[in-house]
Design a protein around this ligand. Sequence first.
Ligand code: NAP
Length: 314
Amino acid sequence: MRAVAVRDFGAEPELMELPAPEAGPGEILVRLRVAGINPFDWKAADGAMRDSVDHHFPMIMGSDGAGVVERVGAGVSRFKVGDAVYGQFMRVQQGLGSYADYAVADEHGPVAKFPEGLPYTWAAALPTASSTAYNLVETTKIEPGTVVLINGATGGVGQSAVQLAANKGAHVIATADPDMSDYMLELGATETIDFTRDSVIQDVLESHPGGIDVVIDLVTHTRGDTPLVAVLRRGGIYISTLGAADPDALAAIDIQGANLYNRATPELLALLAELADGGRLKVHIDHEIRLDDAPATITTLRTTHSNGKTVIIL
Ligand SMILES: NC(=O)c1ccc[n+]([C@@H]2O[C@H](COP(=O)([O-])OP(=O)(O)OC[C@H]3O[C@@H](n4cnc5c(N)ncnc54)[C@H](OP(=O)(O)O)[C@@H]3O)[C@@H](O)[C@H]2O)c1
């Protein structure tokens, strides 16, 4: 099968011909139609998990994907051949991932069926970004009237977080460059701040002098270096997807700090597909590319703008 894989940590991704995996007991083999790209894909290829788990090389990149069940292993009961499924397929220990024609998943792992009306491109774009957004909104207990700043709102996680927070009745302040501002308002943001020009802290405090309730930070990546806590009221919540929160240091200034390490469950994936199918969660596909364009696209995505999701049509 065709796959985009790396030969070692930090190596350039290459289009390769590799053996297709097989479905073992309790597993499904999926003929992928679309793979979704996330920043974690190249972080994993660079060795983000090298200290905690073994990796097999060549290692196919990617986690998210959508396709059709081609074979089921012994004992599988949740899925049958022909089901349209989507989810996370990264298995670094076996060198398997979603930038490939075929992937395998544990039937009880992060995979779910999705409705016929949902495009494969949307399904492939949802798993990591939208499940993370969902868990951020739930963990921070956003409810009607909560004022939340989403820093990094224009990316994959941010766009879902804006919608899910707005769906709960929150007042959403989204950081966005001017090109994306109207789109953020369309997704449900109440205010936008141009992070390329304005001082985000000053702007938030001008319109909310008493401080706001929650900061969802998808950009800051240095542990303990969290200037955005300046916009929070006493007792406010700061949550990071990049390990930036130092919960003890934040507790000392009366801020609840947390770092989210996302896990997508089959139940959450089923819910996200339902929300997307029902029009309550939109996905902005920025680029659709071919598998042989993936190595060059990854190089570009590492350093340039992301205004939505890039997906690979397989
Ligand atoms: N912990 C977890 O479990 C978990 C799960 C999912 C994601 N993550 C991480 O969370 C981060 C966000 O994920 P993602 O998929 O949403 O990434 P993404 O699609 O690359 O989005 C990042 C967004 O942040 C914007 N941005 C960059 N610099 C900014 C700044 N200074 N102020 C405000 N916005 C800024 C970018 O805009 P421009 O492109 O215009 O610069 C882009 O739209 C990634 O680092 C990812 O690895 C962690």
